[in-house]
Write a protein that binds this ligand. Structure first.
Ligand code: SF4
Length: 362
């Protein structure tokens, strides 16, 4: 697309406060020409970010809250989760608290823009913190949070996901950090009703309709189906059999490998210490490896947590959800034992983190 001088003048006048008339007056360009230019930008998908386009707040409905039965966890403070996400979000107030707690870091105490950028466009109502080697800049060299008491809401609720499944709000771990698979005693939540959950909490919702084999059913029916799936024993074989029974196209290891290669190329600009890049490299190596020791308990917990949270439905097709889980399980099994240390101590959590950070096999 080539922009002439008039278009540049019109663009320069679009400061977010002016309507078409205002842009025309401020730029001195005829209103009809401005209108045609805006229509062309819109047609090309280059206009976004109006306040109405923001995702609506999703406060919890006052439904019963139910956590994944029997699950407890323990945060080891290893900081893996702080380096295995693509974006860490802060509200302006949370950013102000973090800047006050560590003002010298990037000199952000003086200037917010040194550590925070708008998460989207020019809208500063939600901010993304700067990353260093792919990790939140507040993660120090000992992998400790420098602003722990002032960390944002998202960090306080990690690794929990809250999903409104219609008749209740389910709380489940994301299984995206090794420590979630260590024995622990921390409850996922003490809330019993949605009204007790924080107002700022993001609550996922299931799609209204979901493909289940050849049929399209309501989410309630699809959830009843996935709740009844047997996911114990050899979990990979179980998941594959369930996907086969729904007639889902078979898992294609070559396509999975290409998807990993693509994601790796997209992350190539990041430094070698970047955990997402290292996790992708592990996944690529696993794609060419033979199956190794199987951590059955890890697999069973990851599959159970995913299904409990409605994860098999969230993409709108249970068969595809099962195949994505199959891909994660198959790759996790192939991560070699010598690589299963630190953040990769529990391979299925590495694949869970990649699903969260890159959308791979989500
Ligand atoms: S604010 Fe602290 S807990 Fe949150 S991602 Fe950054 S280092 Fe981790």
């Amino acid at each position: 697309m080539a922009l002439g001088e008039r278009e540049w003048r019109a663009l320069a006048a679009m400061d977010g406060t002016r309507d078409l008339e205002g842009v025309a007056r401020a730029s001195g360009i005829a209103r009809d020409h401005v209108a045609a230019f805006v229509a062309e930008l819109s047609r090309l998908g280059l206009l976004a970010g109006t306040p109405d386009a923001d995702p609506p707040a999703s406060p919890a409905r006052d439904l019963p809250v139910r956590a994944l039965p029997g699950y407890r966890f323990r945060c080891t403070g290893a900081g893996g989760c702080c380096g295995l996400v693509d974006t860490v979000l802060f509200t302006p107030l949370e950013a102000a608290r973090a800047r006050a707690a560590a003002p010298e870091l990037l000199d952000a105490g003086d200037d917010e823009a040194r550590a925070f950028l708008p998460a989207r466009g020019l809208d500063r109502r939600l901010l993304a913190v700067a990353l260093r080697d792919g990790a939140c800049v507040y993660l120090d060299g000992d992998r400790r949070c420098r602003v722990y008491a002032a960390r944002p809401h998202g960090c306080r609720t990690f690794p929990r996901r809250h999903v409104d499944v219609g008749h209740e709000i389910r709380v489940a771990p994301r299984i995206a950090c090794a420590c979630e698979l260590e024995p622990g005693d921390a409850l996922l939540t003490s809330a019993t009703r949605g009204a007790e959950l924080p107002a700022a909490l993001w609550v996922e919702r299931l799609p209204a309709e979901v493909r289940l084999g050849a049929r399209v059913v309501c989410a309630t029916d699809a959830l009843a189906f996935t709740d009844a799936l047997e996911l114990d024993g050899d979990v990979l074989a179980r998941v594959r059999a369930h996907a086969d029974a729904l007639g889902a196209p078979p898992h294609d290891p070559a396509a999975a490998r290409r998807a990993i290669e693509h994601a790796l190329a997209e992350h190539a600009f990041r430094g070698p210490a970047d955990l997402v890049r290292r996790a992708l490299a592990l996944a690529r190596a696993a794609a060419d490896a033979e199956p190794q020791d199987v951590l059955h308990a890890d697999e069973a917990l990851a599959a159970r947590a995913h299904a409990f949270a409605g994860g098999l439905l969230l993409g709108g097709d249970v068969g595809a959800g099962l195949r994505a889980l199959e891909a994660r399980l198959a790759l996790a099994r192939r991560i070699p034992p010598q690589a299963r240390v630190g953040f990769a101590a529990h391979p299925i959590a590495v694949l869970g983190a990649l699903a969260q950070a890159t959308g791979l096999f989500a």
